[in-house]
Design a protein around this ligand. Sequence first.
Ligand code: FAD
Length: 407
Amino acid sequence: MEKLFEKSINDLSKLYEFSKEELKVLDDADKAADELSESEFEHYIKREVNPDHAKVLSKYNVLGVPISEKYGGRGCNPLISVLVKERLGQLGMGLSSFVNVQMFLGEMMLERWGTEEQKNKYLADAVHGKKIIAYGLTEPEAGSDPSSMQTTYEKKGSKYVLNGSKYLITNGSIADIIIIFARAKDNPKEHSAFIVDTKSPGFSISMRMEEKIGIFTSDTAMPELENVEVGEDAVFGGIGMGMHVAYSGLMNGRTGVASASVGVIDACLNAVVERAQERVQHGKEIGKHQLIQNHIAEIRQNLEMARWPVYFAAIRKADYEKDPTNKDLIEELDFRISLAKKIASRLAFESADRAVQVFGGFGYSILSPAGRLFCDSRVARIYEGTDEIQTLKIAEGVLGKDFAAFK
Ligand SMILES: Cc1cc2nc3c(=O)[nH]c(=O)nc-3n(C[C@H](O)[C@H](O)[C@H](O)COP(=O)(O)OP(=O)(O)OC[C@H]3O[C@@H](n4cnc5c(N)ncnc54)[C@H](O)[C@@H]3O)c2cc1C
């Protein structure tokens, strides 16, 4: 088992008693990460999407960790899910982006908002890696303010007709289904979500984002909808419920990004420790130079500062799952998740920057783990809500609803 992952589990086991089944899930995640690590590196260097993600993760049954056993999942609580994501995050944000959208957004939203028919149709296949899911909220002119979306739906008989463009969509061009958020054509304030089969006539991908500055192994694309027709059975979460569905998904997504960011810090620490013990300059291992020790100590501090808010948010999420009508708990959770996401993603980027410094010139190459983690970690401060949006939510949590930036 990866040294630091084992340490996270050992540290947590002083506060939380892991069951045998939970330890098996964590071990499976570890094995899946080990098996993926070589292909993740090879595809990263070639700057191409890694087609092995779903296959390997489902082989170890880690694509459905939080999903109930009824649909083929492992039925684990949020703490186990974040630990799994931490381990996968050690391979960088490309793999993590795939898992975030497939499991934390797609599957968890299906289980939370889907009708029995939708769950039966998609959930077990998603858990087994046979159906890939994308989450289509962002548009070219609607990012941090998704309620300003321009994609529309119009009821025509028993069908809904969707028109518009989505932007920066993870898994966009590899997905079998995509959760599309749209507003009513005749009412910009009514938002709804639909499950769209990507083989539907009128659905296309106009562009794949290949000029990214990192996460090359993850697919990012721009889907277009031109008179795409869906039935009433495609309505997801109810007509008019679109923003509730979207925000509940973002809470899961943010938790996933935060835990992957902890994994990035683990990976930075692993990489710098190894490098500092091997690389010799001025007649001794660079780890014996005190300024390099400072970088290593700072990364270790970052790990400590990043992981506990993430674990705490996960523990409160477990409390919320037992008491989902508790409004105070959902508000606290929303606040804690924003805190965890902002802290962990910023510290991941700072740690990767320090790792590049420890690696020196080799760190400036994506052939080095430090270089890859540096390129990858930046996105965590943008997607699933930027640093600024998390800051506003944290301030609202401190000052109270009267000071909310968005009402
Ligand atoms: C690689 C990648 C994958 C992604 N995957 C998905 C996906 O699968 N599905 C999906 O729906 N979206 C996805 N996104 C989109 C992502 O969620 C958005 O990029 C993000 O929400 C920011 O929106 P924006 O890019 O339009 O920036 P903008 O909203 O234009 O923001 C620009 C700047 O203004 C700041 N800003 C905006 N509003 C305020 C405010 N009120 N106060 C202070 N500052 C503000 C922002 O913080 C930012 O610094 C992805 C993005 C990337 C880069």
